[in-house]
Design a protein around this ligand. Structure first.
Ligand code: ZN
Length: 176
């Protein structure tokens, strides 16, 4: 296991379209080890999601996991696609391991249907809502070279972490 260095905003890898993972690669020891390293890196940094471009590998791989009442199970997405967006919108404060010390409000569809491969290369098709659905959209944006700042309606809610704790934490039930 290894903690991988995180690419920060300004690193060109975060702005690239990630490449699909070749199917024959998924079950190799090296790729399975990479998935484990991604989880370890995510937990070490107190994240709930991490996309491979954030550790400087431009590949369509995401790991996610979040404990607690509004949490969701450990999830691995390989070559994922969102095939349906629900009609309702949800607004949440978002932050990102590649954007240190900042949070901002983002409005996104509250539910999405996802088709993906899991870490064994098995095809999955599922629908998610709430924090899980928002986190999936945030992480999959990284595979398109997008960060949450690109999804904000404007910069007026952009907040440094210390000010977020002072002024905004109370109103936000969930933060990703
Ligand atoms: Zn992010």
């Amino acid at each position: 296991m290894a903690i991988l260095p995180i690419a920060k905003i300004g690193n060109p890898v975060l702005r690239k379209i990630a490449n699909p993972v070749p199917l024959e690669v998924i079950n190799t020891p090296a790729f399975q080890q990479f998935i484990d390293d991604m989880f370890e890196t995510m937990y070490e940094n107190d994240g709930i999601g991490l996309a491979a471009p954030q550790v400087s590998r431009s590949e369509q791989l995401v790991v996610m996991g979040c404990d607690g009442d509004s949490g969701f199970p450990e999830t691995v997405l390989i070559n994922p696609k969102i095939v349906f967006y629900g009609p309702d919108q949800v607004e949440m404060w978002e932050g990102c391991l590649s954007v240190d010390g900042l949070r901002g409000k983002v409005t996104r569809p509250s539910s999405v249907r996802v088709q993906t491969l899991d870490r064994d290369g098995k095809a999955l098709d599922f629908e998610v809502t709430g924090l899980y659905g928002v986190c999936i959209q945030h992480e999959m944006d990284h595979l398109l070279g997008k960060v949450f700042l690109d999804r904000m309606d404007g910069m007026s809610t952009l907040t440094q972490l210390q000010e977020f704790e002072s002024y905004w934490k109370e109103e936000s039930a969930t933060v990703i």
